[in-house]
Design a protein around this ligand. Sequence first.
Ligand SMILES: [Zn+2]
Length: 89
Amino acid sequence: MAGAENDEMTCQELVELVTDYLEGAIPAPERARLEAHLAECPHCEDYIAQVRQTIRAIGELPLEPVSGQRQQQLLDAFRGWRRAGSIGP
Ligand SMILES: [Zn+2]
């Protein structure tokens, strides 16, 4: 597990890890990468906020939060965001 700490996390990775993250079920190095990505990516920050709201609304994590199709929709949305606004330098 060594050597991965400095890899930049992608939006796709974040989406895949978000429920584990909110459950506190990911290892510290992964969490650090995720939080580093969050600090730079307002869209993922927004996404996590939405997932948190969903959890609050239904009282628990959805069992299958991101199906293949749903995940594709999210990734399309991320791509749309990136096209729509210029983020960063
Ligand atoms: Zn992101």
